[in-house]
Design a protein around this ligand. Structure first.
Ligand code: EPZ
Length: 424
């Protein structure tokens, strides 16, 4: 890509990857019927989890962004290492398999570039629900007659941990309470779908979720919420390129901390239709421009929702690399999520990392360079840097980007960016 072109025009956000993955896993809970999921993003991670379910015996039809899934014929409750190692979120089949079949053999996801990412809280919660869990030869092996409701407190907030145990609880005997549960909008999206299937859930989106187990769930239809991280990424793209972009369906209520932070840095984020803070799942058209005057450096601390999301940390760092003054970015969620820093330094950014803190001193310009993607959101950040940098940037290992953004370079080119995919 070659930087310097202000983005202009309109862009539509795809369905949220981190909502679609648990929704697809949840179809394992329906003993009969066909679940229909709309607005499913065309991403590598989505094909991985659909391959995983087909391997178990699920029947899946995919047409455009619609998935029709029947899991009536599922018999092989396994998630093999070959698939799980390519996508950690495969762990999301553990809860549904234990709930419906009382057995599961799921490969331990293992760490990834951004951290060790243990799943001890998923396992402990299932044990509290009466499951017998063994971890051997790199696999989680679970058995349970029928899971029993339990009062489960998380000592730290875990998004997929909350989702896994919510899905385990919907068919358990009795009531389950999840305390210090994660509050991400994708969890709300999942709860809405489970309720359509016949589940009894209250409190999703708050710190305490109560689930009253039922005997069985039936198939249902659902539309995946818009991807708040893709929307946030395009907001930064508009700002960093001094553009003027309309995002047709930004889930503003799910982006509160991001919008506040970007406005403080110096972006104009203007809703073009009425929206409500309580509607975390719905999209609103919004216009993004850069305010007159420079970008202002300020501190950012990533936190679980509703705080500033860790999945937007790399993107906001790139914006701050071009702001006036210094910014301190604290990454409180993952222990190693600054890999993009070393590549940004090669583009002329002035950033120093101390453990989980990065000090960013703004520079007037970045310069294009050959860079390497290390993980999904780092790769998004590097593309944003390339949009603003002088000269040409070539990013290798673009497959990281494809895990979370469908046709990212095409959408940016349609907004006027000088960007193309040279090879996968
Ligand atoms: C989800 O990952 C997202 N993935 C991540 O998005 C996101 O960055 C993360 O939540 C935080 O918001 C999906 O939803 C598929 P966590 P998850 O469990 O659930 C520790 C992206 O870019 N922890 O909330 O795996 C863990 O190590 C991806 O789209 C335990 O110690 O994250 C981390 O430090 C990246 N034990 C912290 O909690 C556990 O049992 C939060 O992790 C579970 C988690």
């Amino acid at each position: 890509m070659r930087g310097g072109r202000p983005l202009a025009g309109e862009v539509t956000i795809d369905g949220a990857k981190n909502a679609a993955l648990p929704l697809i896993a949840a179809t394992l809970l329906a003993a009969k019927g066909v679940c229909r999921l709309e607005n499913v993003p065309a991403l590598r991670d989505i094909s991985t989890i659909t391959r995983l379910l087909s391997g178990m015996g699920a029947e899946i039809e995919q047409r455009e962004n619609v998935l029709e899934i029947s899991t009536a014929a599922v018999s092989d409750c396994q998630a093999p290492y070959e698939l799980v190692k390519t996508m950690r979120a495969s762990i999301l089949v553990l809860g549904p398999l234990m709930a419906r079949f009382g057995e599961a053999r799921v490969s331990l996801p293992g760490g990834c570039a951004i951290g060790a990412r243990p799943v001890n809280l998923h396992i402990r919660g299932l044990e509290q629900m009466g499951a017998e869990i063994k971890v051997e030869h790199g696999y989680i092996i679970g058995r349970a007659e029928r899971l029993k409701g339990a009062d489960i407190s998380f000592d730290l907030t875990t998004v997929t941990g909350t989702e896994n145990l919510m899905m385990a609880a919907v068919l358990a005997e009795g009531t389950t309470t999840l305390r210090n549960a994660a509050r991400e909008p994708e969890i709300v999206d999942l709860a809405v779908f489970l309720r359509k299937m016949g589940a009894r859930i209250e409190g999703e989106g708050s710190h305490t979720i109560t689930i009253e187990g039922v005997r069985k769930l039936s198939a249902a239809a659902h539309r995946v919420m818009p991807d708040r991280i893709e929307a946030g990424t395009f907001m930064v793209a508009a700002g960093i390129s001094r553009g003027d972009v309309v995002i047709r369906n930004a889930p503003l209520a799910a982006l509160g901390a991001v919008v506040a932070k970007l406005q403080e840095i110096g972006l104009n984020i203007e809703p073009l239709a009425p929206w409500s803070e309580d509607e975390v799942l719905s999209g609103t058209p919004v216009r993004i421009r850069r305010r007159a005057g420079g970008l202002r450096g300020l501190d950012v601390k990533t936190m679980p929702f509703p705080g500033f999301p860790t999945d937007m940390q790399a993107q906001v760092m790139v914006l701050l690399a071009l702001a006036e003054g210094s910014s301190v970015i604290s990454e409180t969620v993952f222990e190693n999520r600054f890999m993009h820093v070393f590549e940004l330094q090669r583009m002329g950014a002035d950033i120093e990392v101390e453990g989980r803190t990065a000090v960013v001193r703004g520079v007037p310009t970045l310069s294009g360079a050959p860079v390497m993607a290390s993980d999904l959101r780092a790769s998004a950040g590097l593309v944003l840097a390339g949009l603003a940098a002088e000269g040409e940037t070539v990013m290798s290992r673009v497959y990281h980007l494809d895990r979370g953004y469908a046709g990212f370079e095409k959408k940016l080119a349609a907004l006027g960016a000088d960007i193309e995919r040279v090879k996968n």
